[in-house]
Ligand binder design. Structure first.
Ligand SMILES: [Zn+2]
Length: 319
């Protein structure tokens, strides 16, 4: 059973919004965020492609699957675990890497080295250290609840064209196509022992209760960002104006009643989760307090405060 679906990280959502709204006249700043976005998106696409494989797997045990799990540890640091498979026999933490070329892990220097086809060498964050850190966190949670369950860790390489070079002994790192084989090995290794359905449920609930998305904010000053409802049809290059209850693009003329929802989302990921009527009027470029009130009412948003200084909470999504 898949209990937590794959979600874009706050950072990826924030970067998507930022690239829509950051003017590109400061090219070095724009490209800095663009590169950051490309790396995040590549990682996300890799995760999604591995997720599809789980649907075809034969998993001969009860299980709970978590994707994009995030939590904060006792020291205030975050854990972002790409996939967790919880079974009565073991818990499997998986880090997914979408990196091409040849990968070598230098254990003594704790670095991941990628050599691309042109021979260019780059260093990346060591996934072995990352996943071991997550394993310590999860093992500690299990100990706290007095649940005796082995923790296994693996690193999955998305592309079959990536060459896995020299890696430390005892580290499970394999191409996505090997997922079923590696799963079968773990099931065989741990089949003798298991926790009770009750304990499995307890730990499932524990993980869900500590799951918390890490908030990300760019360092860009919000006053630099383009305001208004941007037209998706014009690749967000033009503005939509409010006319007779809907938004109309000044360039292509397309009309939409709910184009402002994307603008609200951008506001959430770039500026704040909370917004007042006045702030929304300024951001959307709508003068009428009354019209904005009506839009806000239709959305039935959670709010705080009395009528005059009421602030509304923008949800993660409007679906
Ligand atoms: Zn347009």
């Amino acid at each position: 059973m898949e209990i937590l679906k794959r979600q874009k990280s706050w950072k990826l959502l924030g970067l998507e919004a930022l690239l829509r709204r950051l003017p590109d006249h400061d090219l070095s700043e724009f490209n800095f965020y663009k590169d950051m976005y490309v790396a995040q998106k590549k990682g996300y696409d890799g995760e999604v492609s591995v997720d599809r494989m789980w649907m075809e797997l034969n998993i001969p045990t009860p299980y709970v699957l978590f994707h994009s799990f995030e939590a904060i540890n006792h020291a205030g640091y975050t854990h972002q675990i790409d996939t967790i498979l919880l079974t009565p026999h073991f818990i499997w933490l998986i880090e997914i890497k979408n990196i091409g070329g040849r990968l070598d892990i230098d254990e003594s220097k704790h670095q991941l080295i990628r050599t691309n086809q042109e021979g260019l060498i780059e260093s990346f964050r060591n996934p072995v250290n990352q996943i071991k850190r997550h394993a310590q966190f999860i093992s500690r949670k299990l100990r706290d609840l007095k649940i005796d369950l082995p923790t296994e860790v693996s690193i999955i390489i998305v592309s079959e064209y990536t060459i896995i070079g020299s890696i430390p002994k005892g580290i499970s790192i394999f191409h996505a196509s090997g997922l079923q084989t590696e799963l079968d090995k773990l099931i065989n290794k741990h089949r003798e022992r298991g926790i009770t359905p009750n304990q499995l449920d307890t730990f499932k609930m524990e993980l869900m209760s500590i799951h918390q998305r890490d908030e990300w904010k760019s360092k860009v000053n919000p006053s630099k960002l383009r305001k208004g409802v941007l037209c998706r049809n014009c690749d967000y290059k033009s503005i939509m104006v409010f006319e007779y209850g809907s938004f109309k693009c000044v360039r292509c003329g397309i009309k939409s009643k709910d184009a402002y929802l994307e603008a609200l989302s951008d506001y959430r990921y770039l500026i704040s989760e909370w917004i007042t009527n006045r702030e929304l009027r300024e951001f959307l470029g709508v003068e009428s307090r009354y019209s904005i009130n009506r839009l806000l009412k239709e959305l039935k948003l959670e709010y705080q405060g009395t009528y005059r200084d009421r602030k509304y909470r923008i949800p993660e999504s409007f679906e």
